[in-house]
Design a binder for this molecule. Structure first.
Ligand code: 6PG
Length: 249
């Protein structure tokens, strides 16, 4: 991919995973400072999976954590599996373990999902209600996250917006339960209207296995992958990837 196209798509390539997570942590610090300065708070939505674990560990390190005013940070979870909060599969468990339990964040600033392993529909409605209570918007308006962290799956999914799943068509609700046939499970996910309304959307992806997906997502026919429907309608998209991930570009 020519550097001009990479620039246009806001793709940033880092030598290795460590450099990638360090750079993403610096972006987090910068955007936190800007958001808190401009609006008095930094409202973030964090993604699950394996890739962001290194970022969360880096953000928890003193030399980075001390540069963030955590009292002004408000944390939501971008998506979750329908598993108990104590399950090793749980995104909120992983994020709490790797970051939230290690920084001076008050409990009321972390919006956890209640019982994701119980009634997914009810959990989604309950979580969406907590989002509405926090953002307090007029009906029809969508919330604006300052930092929407997303991953990329090998099938081009992001959050828990999987190919062919019903949530891909959701354009009114903020957070829904989403039946994922191919995984034979139901997931819980933030919807496109909310993701696309973010000030900053950061795709964090690494490794050779998904290099072909990234190339297709950025340059292939639109509509094939759910992550292609992520658009910066109100802000900016950043693709933060390592060299292996960018090897097909
Ligand atoms: C999840 C994530 C999901 C993830 C991608 C990439 O719940 O798993 O939200 O969207 O970001 O599947 O996962 P890896 O980072 O593990 O490759």
């Amino acid at each position: 991919m020519q550097s001009s196209l990479m620039e246009k798509k806001n793709v940033f390539v880092f030598d290795n995973y460590e450099a990638l997570v360090n750079a993403t942590a610096e972006l987090f610090v910068k955007l936190a400072e800007q958001s808190i300065q401009d609006r008095g708070k930094f409202v973030i939505s964090l993604s699950g999976g394996n890739t962001p674990k290194g970022l969360y560990a880096r953000l928890a390190e003193k030399e980075v954590a001390d540069r963030i005013d955590w009292s002004k940070v408000h944390v939501f979870f971008g998506d979750e599996r329908t598993v108990a909060c104590t399950s090793p599969e749980s995104n909120q468990q992983m994020i709490t373990e790797s970051l939230l339990s290690k920084v001076p964040l008050s409990r009321e600033n972390v919006f956890a999902l209640s019982d994701p392993d119980m009634d997914a529909k009810a959990t989604a409605i309950d979580y969406e209600r907590s989002m509405h209570e926090f953002f307090r918007l007029d009906s029809g308006e969508f919330p604006q996250f300052d930092f929407m962290l997303l991953g990329l799956g090998e099938d081009g999914h992001t959050a828990s917006l999987f190919p062919g799943s019903p949530a891909l068509q959701e354009n009114e609700r903020w957070f829904v339960d989403n039946k994922v046939e191919k995984l034979n499970t139901t997931r819980l996910t933030t919807t496109y209207p909310v993701i696309n309304h973010s000030r900053n959307i950061i795709f964090l992806a690494a490794g050779k296995a998904k290099a072909f997906v990234l190339k297709d997502v950025l340059t292939g026919p639109v509509g094939k992958y759910p992550s292609q429907n992520v658009k910066a309608e109100q802000g900016k998209i950043y693709w933060y990837v390592d060299r292996e991930m960018a090897s097909e570009l």
